[in-house]
Design a protein around this ligand. Sequence first.
Ligand SMILES: Nc1ncnc2c1ncn2[C@@H]1O[C@H](COP(=O)(O)OP(=O)(O)OP(=O)(O)O)[C@@H](O)[C@H]1O
Ligand SMILES: [Mg+2]
Length: 278
Amino acid sequence: MTPLVELRKVSKFFGPVISLKDIDMKVYPGEVHCLLGDNGAGKSTLIKILSGVHKPSEGQVLFEGQPVVFSSPREALNQGIATVFQDLAMLPLMSITRNFFLGREPRVGPLRLYDGNLAARIAREELLKIGISIRDPDQPVGTLSGGERQSVAIARAVYFGAKVLILDEPTSALGVKEAAVVLRYVVQAKARGLGVIFITHNVHHAWAVGDTFTVLNRGRSYGTFKKEETEREKLLQMMSGGEELEVLAVELELIAKRDPAGAAQLERRIAEELQEPN
Ligand SMILES: Nc1ncnc2c1ncn2[C@@H]1O[C@H](COP(=O)(O)OP(=O)(O)OP(=O)(O)O)[C@@H](O)[C@H]1O
Ligand SMILES: [Mg+2]
């Protein structure tokens, strides 16, 4: 099967800063591909290359098997690569309907007039399809919760025929219940055959919905792993670069020699912390 999008040896430099180096990545239809990594790992830079914000300094981007160079986010969107940015996803003072269409409103008649009723009906129906029932499509988006806003952005991308849906940290500002709702939409987009790139710091969220995982660390890739080939704890360790945890292990060993009970307690606490959702 041809990947929807593929990166071949992609690097990105900002002056002396190496944001990405020799990244290979493939995303297939009907797949949730999680992009993991600590702060500054290069996750946002990578998806900005896919969404037409940046051009790669080296390497190649392929869309449905063909090399592409996007000169703007609009160009990537027209090809079917929709990106939902955490904060810029919505205009808070505008209505749900207006946000749903954002420049692609349905127009009717020879004068191509905006059809507000039709727009409101489509927005309401499309949101219902992914399980969001809105009281009033004219309601400002700013009155929705963070999770609902993310959901409107996802519904919009699906309605306008996105093939690739990129979500940059969609759950990071959300509580547990709201995150679960957004994760459900991620799974629904996948069920419709989209390739979803899901960026997160949260291994628990990634593990809940991901099929494949690419881990970045300081601009380099540790590789791509299928869920059945890896473990949550391994991903966690790669994300943190492993070093912190190794240092911790050495310290624990030293403590264990002097104070076995204390060491065991500390170990349990760390294990619990690593398990904690969020
Ligand atoms: N426009 C830019 N100019 C210079 N350096 C940049 C630019 N964009 C990103 N960088 C650098 O590239 C590196 C990767 O940044 P990026 O935003 O891709 O990380 P990230 O993985 O998304 O981090 P976070 O989890 O904090 O969002 C960082 O060192 C950052 O300072
Ligand atoms: Mg980022």
